[in-house]
Ligand binder design. Structure first.
Ligand code: C5P
Length: 305
């Protein structure tokens, strides 16, 4: 019985190939339509048995000093929520090894929540309940449901209403992170100031066809982010980052989500490697990562000894 074998879940970060943002709703969220893609930069969430009722967290990896107290952490809140609804009194010791930048616009905190839900569901031997888990995920944050699925999906509502998009082939991206994070609520608030009457959000015409077609030169011109102007207004230095990628031959460059990570579409994996090398050589951003999408969630049980 694998009752106390640690469960390890690797959860990708996300970029938004398109992010159409509408008006602020009465609940404070914005209606949006987005095309999410999970990319191969991962947080690793390990869930180990712990005494009843104890939910602990250790964080390791990039940027962890910038994080708040464990009790506010989304991974802890996810474990508590799952325990309260489906496993009263259960305990878990969580370890999160961060590879996704903190406050980077890639859903890093949401990935940890998704990983904690998925790992605890297994650790606690709960019957898999995908719909139930998606509901809990939506309570934790707008991006959490997508990150319990990975792959590529259209998100509506505040991002939690998902339609997975089956894809073939792989897209090559170069991610450029930033030394300083951006607060998502601040970017949305700036969006409201800059865009007093936004139209109903939608996806660019032809985007899903271009995605299905697999040609980066068809997809590139259709990448959009309605939050980009707000992110650039708060962080004018990102304009130079975007330009640096374009100057070095990126097919297209966008701010990822609410930023400040920038994502560059490359023609293929070799081109992404070349672009990343040039960006690193020229000291652009804090770190430069070659990734691919769509990325999947990974599971394993750690053996003893
Ligand atoms: O859902 P989540 O907690 O990740 O959202 C963080 C913040 O981002 C919200 O408090 C809100 O300010 C903003 N947000 C929004 N509209 C969305 C998603 C997020 O205004 N659809």
């Amino acid at each position: 019985m694998p009752a106390d074998r640690p469960v390890i879940v690797t959860v990708p970060g996300k970029i938004n190939l398109a992010l159409g943002v509408g008006a602020r709703r009465a609940d404070g969220y914005h209606d949006l339509v987005t095309l999410f893609q999970a990319v191969s930069l991962y947080d690793r969430v390990t869930a180990e048995a712990a005494p009843a009722g104890e939910i602990g967290l250790v964080m390791a990896g990039v940027d962890v000093a910038a994080l708040g107290p464990p009790e506010d952490n989304l991974a802890v809140r996810a474990a508590r929520l799952l325990a309260s609804r489906r496993a009263p009194g259960a305990g878990v010791q969580l370890t999160v090894l961060k590879g996704i930048p903190v406050a980077g616009g890639m859903g890093g905190g949401s990935a940890d929540a998704a990983g904690a839900l998925l790992a605890c569901e297994r650790l606690w031997h709960l019957a898999p309940d995908r719909a139930g888990l998606l509901g809990l995920a939506a309570e934790l944050g707008s991006d959490v449901p997508f990150l319990t699925l990975g792959g590529t999906a259209v998100g509506r509502g505040r991002g939690e209403d998902l339609s997975p998009v089956p894809t073939t082939g792989e897209w090559s991206w170069v991610l450029v992170t930033s030394a300083e994070g951006l607060s998502t609520p601040r970017v949305f608030a700036r969006f409201d100031e800059l865009t007093p009457n936004p139209p109903a959000p939608g996806l660019p015409a032809g985007l899903l066809d271009a995605l299905a077609g697999g040609d980066p030169y068809a997809l590139g011109p259709l990448l959009r982010n309605d939050l980009a102007a707000a992110a650039l207004d708060l962080r004018p230095d990102l304009a130079a980052t975007l330009q640096a990628g374009r100057d070095r031959g990126a097919v297209a460059g966008i701010v990822s989500g609410s930023g400040p990570t920038c994502a560059f579409l490359a023609a293929d994996a070799a081109d992404a490697g070349r672009l990343a090398e040039e960006l690193r050589r020229d000291g652009i951003g804090r770190s430069v990562h070659v990734v691919s999408g769509p990325a999947r969630i990974g599971f394993r049980h750690e053996g003893r000894g």
